[in-house]
Design a binder for this molecule. Structure first.
Ligand SMILES: [Zn+2]
Length: 68
């Protein structure tokens, strides 16, 4: 039985991942020095700058403020 376009619709999380991938060109993590990195946030999906916090243990997303 053939699938309709409705049945083939991507899950939201995959769609947002693919959007982020297209926006960033699929680049990997980028070390900016001084305890900062640029990478795709698992919470907000943005390719954002992360700063090292909490005694040098965790990186925080400067876009949504979550640790990752
Ligand atoms: Zn974020």
């Amino acid at each position: 039985m053939a699938s309709t376009a409705e049945q083939l619709r991507e899950p939201d999380i995959l769609r947002s991942y693919l959007r982020a991938l297209a926006r960033t060109g699929g680049a990997g993590d980028e070390d900016l020095g001084g305890g900062r990195q640029r990478r795709v946030c698992a919470h907000c999906g943005e390719r954002a700058v992360f700063t090292l916090e909490a005694g040098g243990t965790w990186y925080r997303c400067t876009h949504c403020g979550r640790y990752a």
